[in-house]
Each structure stands twice: as structure tokens, then as C-alpha cells.
Design a protein around this ligand. Sequence first.
Ligand SMILES: [Mg+2]
Length: 281
Amino acid sequence: MSYPSFFELAKQFKVIMLDSYGVIKNHNGLIEGAQKTLEFIRKENKLFRVLTNDASRSPQQQIDKYMELGLPGIELHEMLTSGMMAKHFLEQKITSGKIAYLGTENSADYILQSGLEHVAVRDLDLENLDEISACVFLDDEGFDWNTDINKTVNLLRKKNMPVILANSDYYYPVSSNDVSIATGGIAKLVENLLGKKFIHFGKPDSQMFMYAYEQLTKDEFINKNDILMVGDTLKTDILGGNKFGIKTMLVLSGNTREDSYKSQICSTGIIPDYVCKSIME
Ligand SMILES: [Mg+2]
């Protein structure tokens, strides 16, 4: 089956927003040809943003990682992460007590640096929760799944508090066939168990789109029809872009496979404006 060319479609837009994992990079590193795509975006004078549901690294660390993989040239203001959004929220809303977290120390140091103390769920004393004022799901790594997810469930059974999810992805591809459960998947399990609704950051929620849009329209008005969101996941990238009212393109280089994307579009009702093989063709 033949697909339309990303380059031809992208030419029609003023702003190109790319998801990161499954679009520009994957489990092997940079997706082949990514440099050429960024060159094209620069040469065509497109405004450019990366919108990633990743709370494990700061925007600068994401850029450093891309440089290490062989893709220099992404600027700091072009890199938006769900972790950034969660960080802003926590700084505004949680102003006292200690924050309990599930995730790596690196993500905790970056997101929870608002002056409040943070404590890994593993180090919590469930008999003494007086000072704990919020709980944050940061990353799927950095803790023992059995012990610490159970401990989180018990923490939230014992004390009611705001629970923040810094990355809404349910899973991510780790090879051409297999996926791993991401933070959003773990949070969904705990939400379902407890019958509670957490505060979600990252696509499909609108904070990151809104932040990008406000930034982009500071100097000139941009019609939403002139913005293209490109992603590999229907339930995050495409749903988020559709809800925000911008054009969406599903690429088949990550989470969504060529042999099943049509049935997934039918069963979810999430319809991208375009489907392309990848951003390299
Ligand atoms: Mg992705």
C-alpha cells in the first residue's frame, strides 16, 4: 500500500509538532533519516516543536540526548515535555508538606525541585503520613514494581491527597514487536483499583498543546489549521491534536502497526487527518 509523503503534506503547514518516541527516535536510537527531516523543517522555515510525554528527563536533557544520538540543533524552547507541565502545576498548587513519588531519582530531582522535600514511595513510613501532601507518578523505572506499587495503593487508601501523573502513556515499544508498560499504565491500574481519578499531564490532555500554542502566537496569530501534530499513538498524539483542533498525522514508525492501524482507527473512533509511513518519506 502506498502512503502520502510526509514532506509534501508538511509543506502546507506553518507549524510542525512532532512526538518524540516512535516518530524521531525508537528503541534503536534515532530513526534513520531524522536529520534530513529536521533540515527540511529548517529550510522550509517551519516553526517547530517536539511534544513528548516524557517526565524522565528535563527538556535540556532531552536535547542533550538527541545530540548524543546524532541530532543536534533542537532549541530549548522547541522541546516541550509532560514533565514540564507537571512541574509547573506542582509549583503552583502544592506548596506545603512532602511529595511522595514513584520514579527515578533523576526525574524527581528535575520535577520536584519546587523547594518541597520529596520522598520515594519505597522510603515512606505508612504509619506516619502526616507530612505527605501529594503523590506523583513520574516514571516506570527507579522502583520495585511489586513492593512499591502495592505501597502506593496503600498510601492512597490511607490518606486522601492530590495524585499527579506526569506521563500519560500506557505503553511504549521496546522492539519491533513488543511494548513495555509506561507510567500511565501503572497509574491506570491504581486509579481503577481505588476508583479515583488522578490529575493527568501529557497528551491527550491539552496543557502541552495550549502551552505550545500560547508560545507560538505571542508574536503573530497562527490559525490552528496551520498546525500539524505528528505522532505514532492514536490515544495520545492524535486524540490530543484532534481535541485541540489542529491537524493530525499518524505515522506507522512506532506504537501503531501497519497491519492494524485501520482496525484501531475504527475501534477507537480516533481519526487522524493523514496517515504516513514515517517522517522520513
Ligand atoms: Mg510516541
